[in-house]
Design a protein around this ligand. Structure first.
Ligand code: ADP
Ligand code: UVW
Ligand code: MG
Length: 423
């Protein structure tokens, strides 16, 4: 891509949110600087639990924070953003050369791909394996092709980062002929986030990415853990779909697979989900475990901050907090063992990892037995007010593995790959 006043738009369709950033591509004078400069950051949250919350911030300029009734899905959220963007006199949307789209399930696609009919159909075919995500991304892509016809839409896949997971870890213990025919294996997700975190921690620790062993927790509405050995994904907690592993806002996480046959006697029937942009072919059981489970089912809210605040006096909130913390420990313990104890850092990220000092304090206290430096109460409480992408929350100077917080940025990761790559 040629540097000039070109703009890159990055769109991250999460399960219940849309995060969008607009960047100006920098001239290639300083090779150490980020290749893109942030101009606008916007987010729409609570998309599936209206009223949605919309924020739009022009760097060095105006800020908008409002509740909106006009957003009811990811496509209308993106349209709302474009209306706001078009109202900015200083921004010429005709200068947007590329739109980067986070697509959660890319199957065996390992590189970013420009959207054409073939790529679109590939993403559509995988929608049943990411029922909260791929359909939403496609709806945004469609709107984009319509509203920004001169910009090139490029899909970046969450799954790509995990292509290094070896077969004995990515395979399920089922008939391998059927597994291969149907692509039934662990794909793993949140890869754009892990890629960003790996690079950021590498800078922070001043060690090359390929030398790093990390345990990373991406804890948001969708939560996962990743074990990184020599700078590559060795294992991750999500699987064939983003339902596996840790519980999330509305997702159960790992359950005994037989549970679905006992939960309701209609569990095997097809679901009639009206909320998705593409026709899904998931069973009622999958629908329930994706949308009616997790903290929403346990504590009646998808807000982990509210759960944390209520947990002393509310037994349901306590169960949600303790259950989540317990499942997180399962992964930290097993990944520490997989890395033979040679861990450069345990890194927390995502909305919860970055903001919940309570969960960090809990995890920090429990991993001390594995040789992690104790969490410093003052540093842990001050993360929100501490500058920088990576923050060390361990006691200064204490011996042991480090516990870090990383402000992950999937939008920036895509924009960076877009500008530096050959797209
Ligand atoms: N102060 C806080 N303490 C605990 N959890 C928080 C806090 N602030 C936000 N969160 C949680 O972070 C979640 C959003 O995380 P995020 O990574 O942005 O989600 P996603 O990208 O999956 O939509 C919210 O659902 C909320 O539960
Ligand atoms: C893969 C996934 O769960 O993504 P998100 O957390 O953005 O919903
Ligand atoms: Mg997310």
């Amino acid at each position: 891509m040629s540097p000039s006043q070109n703009l890159v738009l990055s769109v991250n369709a999460g399960s219940s949110s849309l995060k969008i950033c607009l960047y100006r591509v920098r001239d290639k004078t300083d090779t150490n600087a980020e290749p893109n400069q942030l101009m606008i950051t916007s987010s729409i949250s609570n998309i599936s639990a209206p009223p949605a919350k919309f924020s739009f911030k022009v760097l060095g300029g105006s800020t908008k924070d409002e509740e909106t009734q006009s957003v009811h899905d990811h496509a209308s959220a993106f349209t709302h953003f474009l209306e706001c963007l078009n109202g900015e006199a200083d921004i010429d949307s005709a200068k947007i050369t590329h739109v980067c789209h986070r697509v959660v399930h890319g199957g065996d696609f390992t590189d970013p791909v420009g959207i054409n009919d073939e790529a679109y159909e590939h993403i559509e075919r995988l929608s049943d394996l990411a029922p909260l995500h791929n359909g939403a991304s496609l709806a945004v892509i469609k709107t984009c092709l319509d509203q920004l016809p001169d910009a090139k839409s490029v899909a970046f896949f969450d799954t790509a980062f995990h292509r290094s997971i070896p077969p004995h870890i990515s395979s399920y213990a089922i008939d391998q002929k059927i597994a291969k025919q149907r692509g039934l294996k662990k794909y793993g997700f949140h890869g754009l986030s892990y890629s960003f975190i790996l690079r950021s921690v590498s800078r922070f620790l001043e060690k090359p990415p390929a030398s790093l062993n990390l345990i990373i927790l991406h804890l948001g509405s969708g939560a996962s853990a990743c074990c990184i050995q020599h700078g590559q994904s060795l294992d991750t907690s999500m699987g064939l779909t983003p339902l596996n592993g840790l519980p999330g806002a509305t997702r159960s996480g790992t359950i005994d697979p037989s549970l679905i046959f006992h939960y309701t006697n209609k569990a095997g029937r097809m679901s009639h989900d009206e909320g998705s942009a593409v026709q899904l072919h998931v069973t009622q059981a999958e629908h329930i475990l994706n949308t009616q489970a997790g903290w929403k089912a346990l504590a009646g809210t998808t807000d982990f901050a509210a759960i944390t605040a209520r947990r002393e006096e509310d037994a349901a909130a306590r169960l949600a907090f303790d259950l989540f913390a317990d499942r997180v420990l399962n992964y930290v313990g097993s990944y520490h063992l997989k890395l033979g104890g040679a861990v450069d850092a345990l890194v927390l990220s995502g909305g919860i990892g970055e903001r919940s000092k309570e969960l960090r304090a809990f995890i920090g206290q429990r991993v001390e037995c594995l040789g992690y430096a104790p969490v410093d109460e003052r540093r842990n409480a001050a993360v929100d007010a501490t500058e920088g992408i990576v923050v060390d929350v361990g006691v200064p100077g204490a011996a042991g593995h480090r516990m870090l917080v990383c402000r992950t940025d999937e939008q920036l990761e895509m924009a960076r790959q877009c500008t530096l790559g050959s797209l």
